[in-house]
Design a protein around this ligand. Structure first.
Ligand code: HEC
Length: 288
């Protein structure tokens, strides 16, 4: 280090150093992209976007409270006790960075150098490859109260496929409360779907039959990713069943939720994955 930069360095007070270091463009935007924006973007489940610097400035007064007290992202499990796959909470370092940023007046940094935010449109897949799209027939919501609706998508697989990655794009992200995927080897669910003149059916017609449960997704959920060569087997003849819980308020809007799947391409030494509910007395119906 030259004498000159030594002097430059020692002249900065700790406060100035931090101001220079913690800014939106370099430090804070990536934390928001990873922990906040999948719920806080236009049309998503949270009531306002927190994608751009200006978005965040509108809610600057609330940030300290929700970050310091770990109210956001909503993650009730205690990470000091147990970890879960796809858990979403701020690390101590991330909280400290946001707190420093707040403390030093929300420095924007170089706003021309802000990294590209994640893309949340249905075209914005995070998968390396999309091998199959499970797509419901667009459904015109009939109710202004909660509705559980099941949609059947027939597959034409000639051999067993193994799902290794799965991502969900809710059509109406402000009313889709959850999206579950299962498959049915009988015709029970398909018959119920056909009995209802609209796409899908609800409990007025009957219930679904699940031979195997594949995935559950809620807002904020990320891509379901299994380790290399682990996959959920879907045999030929299976019909996919998508369960969508619509929250209230969507009557008259059209939902077109879809699920992108990536399959194991070269199935050697596949480790088949079974999915079951934690803490549920429904578990027996999930097993063959
Ligand atoms: C899993 C979805 C989800 C994630 C991830 C998430 N939020 Fe939220 N956030 C919500 C919802 C839903 C609300 C509205 C809650 C309500 O009205 O009760 C909310 C409300 C808020 C509020 C308003 C709180 C208030 O008191 O009015 C702030 C501020 C906020 N979020 C910031 C953040 C920040 C910062 C992050 C990331 C560190 C984040 N959120 C991550 C879903 C999420």
């Amino acid at each position: 280090m030259s004498a000159l930069s030594m002097i430059g360095f020692t002249c900065l007070t700790p406060l100035q150093l931090l101001t220079a270091q913690v800014n939106w463009a370099e430090d804070i935007a990536p934390i928001f992209y990873e922990n906040c924006t999948n719920c806080h973007h236009e049309g998503a489940i949270a009531p306002f976007p927190l994608v751009t610097f200006l978005d965040v400035m509108e809610y600057r007064d609330l940030l300290h409270q929700v970050v310091e007290h770990r109210e956001m992202p909503p993650w009730p499990a205690d990470p000091d006790y147990r970890h879960f796959v796809d858990e979403l909470y701020l690390s101590d370092d991330e909280i400290e960075a946001i707190e420093d940023w707040i403390h030093f007046d929300f420095s924007p940094g170089d706003l021309n150098a802000v990294p590209e935010p994640p893309s949340y449109g249905q075209e914005g897949s995070l998968l390396e490859r999309i091998d199959y799209v499970v797509e419901i027939e667009p459904y015109d919501l009939q109710y202004n109260v909660d509705e559980y609706r099941w949609f059947v998508i027939e597959t034409n697989f000639t051999e067993t496929v193994y799902i290794s990655h799965l991502e969900v794009f809710p059509g109406l992200s402000n009313v889709v409360h959850h999206v579950d995927l299962a498959y049915d080897l009988s015709d029970i669910t398909l018959m119920n779907d056909l009995a209802d003149p609209l796409p899908g059916f609800n409990s007025n017609t009957g219930g679904p039959n699940y031979n195997k449960y594949i995935n559950a997704w809620q807002p904020g959920g990320n891509v379901a990713t299994y380790p290399e060569n682990w996959g959920i087997a879907v045999p030929p003849g299976a019909n996919f069943v998508v369960e969508i819980h619509y929250g209230p308020g969507g009557q008259g809007s059209i939902d077109s939720t879809k699920i992108n799947l990536q399959f194991i391409q070269d199935p050697e030494d596949i480790r088949p994955v079974e999915v079951a509910w934690l803490l549920s007395d429904a578990a027996p119906i999930l097993l063959d």
